[in-house]
Write a protein that binds this ligand. Structure first.
Ligand code: PLP
Length: 407
């Protein structure tokens, strides 16, 4: 590390208080979208012939966004350039201590000839919260939205001409200091890659999923980092997901605590629609206050929509497996579903819990609330309903949009 007076001081302060001091130096500085530099590829790759057949995360567009940061120089100039491999020293912080965070959002080609993102500032808020938690640098959220919008404009031909597919946007930030100390990284790289994604559900069917609920495992703990989209929260879940598959279930229902609280489904938030103990219709989801639940953009959007409908109670409350089994035995459980950017909503039809396969009647009840959420959110995303949640990236994006049948 360089030893100019200010940095030496910084270094001493870092030992006392790793995050606080750096944020003081970098919070006023951000990159600017107006400074963006664009280098176009000379070798564009062919776009998928049928975007509805795209497998998530396997094919990438031609360009990426990169922005470097260092303690010494602050944020660099945003670059959009041909997608390329990163070249990093083997001691780089991200490889040893998983100093990595990410976001997941989408761009949609709308029926009114635009390309739009869905509530991108919500993702930016979460990304900055996660950056603080990871001791990675903060930035101006609006500037990053503008950079992402520019990347999507450069790649607009990659946004599928279909209302059942979309372009997935993966902003990422990594600590890049080549040093083995378990310290705040003095260098970082923010980048973003894009991939076309097909429909989550086979066209025309709202396929329900089966879950494994095993209280021996947890995804996140009180006082931990589960409320942040840090890569380190996800690697260790893969083995449990594999176990779910081995036991004939599609995804994991993450429980928490001695009372087996129902926290999340895979990488989705979980909602229960039921008649509660007081005989009231209620939509319930886990509260965020313990920090064991990821604050999903879809989660908050569904709660806002349901509160606008004003047809039933909308509650953030702890739901335990005992609540679920009791509600099932009293025929009060109407629907259970996951919610996230990938699928919008995903109905659940069974839970394997303590070697019992609980049948969840979401589909038998017509998945009415889940389908209504699905329709209202996708109507906003694909421009069938004008809404302030739709953020226009490009007007007059020429090209036809093939309309999917609604589920
Ligand atoms: C990303 C994520 C969600 C869903 O968040 P959205 O913003 O709705 O996509 C839910 N739970 C976990 C664990 C996640 O990683």
């Amino acid at each position: 590390m360089a030893t100019c007076g200010r940095l030496r001081l910084l270094d001493q302060c870092i030992r006392k208080s790793p995050c606080a001091i750096i944020q003081r130096f970098s919070s006023s500085s951000t990159f600017k979208a107006s400074a963006l530099q664009l280098t176009r590829t000379r070798n564009p790759v062919p776009k998928p012939e049928d975007p509805n057949k795209c497998i998530f995360g396997k094919q990438f567009t031609d360009h990426m966004l990169t922005i470097e940061w260092s303690v010494k120089r602050g944020w660099g100039i945003p670059q959009i350039k041909p997608l390329e491999n990163l070249s990093l020293h083997p001691a780089t912080s991200v490889f040893h201590y998983a100093t990595e965070l990410f976001e997941g959002m989408k761009a949609y080609r709308t029926v009114d000839n635009r390309i739009a993102m869905f509530r991108p500032m919500e993702n930016m808020e979460r990304m900055v919260r996660t950056a603080k938690r990871a001791c990675l640098p903060e930035f101006d959220k609006e500037e990053l939205v503008k950079c992402l919008a520019e990347l999507v404009r450069v790649e607009h031909e990659w946004v599928p001409h279909s209302t059942s597919a979309s372009l997935y946007i993966r902003p990422t930030m990594i600590g890049t200091e080549p040093s083995l100390g378990v310290n705040m990284s003095t260098k970082a790289l923010l980048y973003c890659i894009l991939c076309p994604v097909g429909p989550y559900f086979e066209t025309g069917s709202f396929n329900p999923i089966s879950l494994m609920a095993d209280p021996r495992y947890i995804r996140a703990a009180k006082g931990g980092s589960g409320a942040y989209k840090l890569g380190s929260n996800y690697g260790p879940t893969i083995k449990i997901q594999q176990e779910a598959l081995k036991r004939g279930c599609q995804q994991v229902l993450w429980l928490y605590g001695d009372d087996h609280q129902v926290t999340e489904v895979g990488t989705m938030n979980v909602f229960v629609y039921w008649i509660n103990e007081n005989g009231e219709k209620e939509l319930a989801t886990m509260p965020l206050d313990k920090g064991i639940v990821l604050p999903g953009v879809t989660r908050s959007s569904l709660m806002e929509l349901a509160r606008e409908w004003n047809e039933f109670k909308v509650t953030e409350r702890i739901i335990t497996m005992a609540d679920i089994t009791k509600a099932l035995s009293e025929n009060r459980l109407l629907e259970l579903f996951g919610a996230g950017t990938a699928c919008v909503v995903c109905p659940v039809d069974s839970i394997l819990y303590a070697d019992n396969k609980l049948k969840i009647p979401t589909m038998d009840n017509g998945a009415k609330v889940a389908s209504r959420f699905y329709k209202e959110l996708t109507d906003i995303q694909y421009g069938r309903t004008p809404h302030e949640w739709s953020y226009t990236v490009m007007e007059d994006a020429n090209g036809d949009v093939s309309e999917a049948r609604n589920l």
